[in-house]
Design a protein around this ligand. Sequence first.
Ligand code: P5A
Length: 446
Amino acid sequence: MRLSRYFLPVLKETPAEAQIVSHRYMLRAGMIKQAQAGIYSWLPLGYKVLKRIEQIVHEEQQRAGHIAMLMPTLQSADLWRESGRYEDYGQEMLRIKDRHDRDMLYGPTNEELITDIFRSYVKSYKELPLTLYHVQWKFRDEVRPRFGVMRGREFLMKDGYNFDLTKEDALHAYNRHLVSYLRTYERMGLQAIPMRADGGPIGGDYTHEFLVLAETGESEVFYDSEITDLSFGDRQIDYDSVEQCHAVLEEFTSRYARTDETHEEALFAQVPEERRRTARGIEVGQIFYFGTKYSEAMGAVVQDQSGAQVPVHMGSHGIGVSRLLGAIIEASHDDKGIIWPEGVTPFHCGIVNLKQGDAEADAACEALYASLEALGLEPLYDDRNERAGGKFATMDLIGLPWRITVGPRGLKNGVVEVTSRRTGESEEMPPEQAVAKIAKIYGKAL
Ligand code: P5A
């Protein structure tokens, strides 16, 4: 993309309404614009990152064997009356009437809708196990929408639902989700710690939230510091293996780690004092096992091996896709702007032309741009007639992890400059070598 043709409405001033850094930078970098309290338009740069995050979520869901689909945002109140949640959900649910005076709602979550789909088609244990998921907008009429996309009213969620014959099978689905979530967050450059939590309006008492530690997080958390040494890394896991998935759950959840909803002072006191930590965290996901809560209420039954009709065991699993942008920025920024991890960056690298209009500099930039695109990478070329300082400030603010700077002086010596956004370190090298370096970083073969 050439910046002269892009739509990147960068703000110079810090917006007064933004209290935390991720919100400030998302507004300043022209990623989002508030439409109403807690409801945002996703401007091109923000939309690109949102799509990158969504793509990682899809890839990891499918790696775990989960099946993608799409359910509507608007749901019928009648389904929610069957589960009893229509009355229970309270004011967070946006209720709507259509022209026939029928009660509808903008879905805050989809347990009812998916259970209705399941009961319409699945009749036998032979069709299990089954996990369906989608990535769809949700609406929760939060009392205090705040911090930008962090606590929105309209937000994008990946929500998945497993259907199993037995509790044992459903617990394997739970563990499988835990594994796939650990991989998902690590690919985004985040450490998200599973912590015992509360089932809230979704239900069940077996649930973990995934928390990214950050001072601006809305949840208070208590944990054994040893847990922050764990990382999932590049392990190859067989998602069908009950033992392997269970071993990961054991490894990542055996130490004390709880949100304030489930915190127990007496248990926490058993953690050696020097390892006891109280901090704040951003909840980027949650997994639940709630057994037959919805299947019994809504008649989602299958025939088991003995011919008996039994309600299925279920769980649901959510990732806050739009919230993740805020969480990643909270975890990765400096005083100049965002620092995107390579896995989610909107453009793979920036190209800054120090002297637009200089024939040699222009040609070198064009050649770099073409070579990077030919490798399947997306560069953002700042080809505007701006001063170098302004171009650098924009690149730093929008946070591309790598920048190639091209100027007449360097070109005289046959070099351009490659700069890491994270370390600020620059290296001079011939343009072909700069392309090779960026290609290698993103795992592209020359
Ligand atoms: C699991 C999937 C559920 O709704 N039902 C379907 C279950 N879980 S949850 O914990 O309530 O939500 C899942 C994740 O969505 C994000 N989230 C939000 N993001 C932005 N703004 C909000 N107002 C908001 N509410 C929830 C969180 O990341 C949460 O973990």
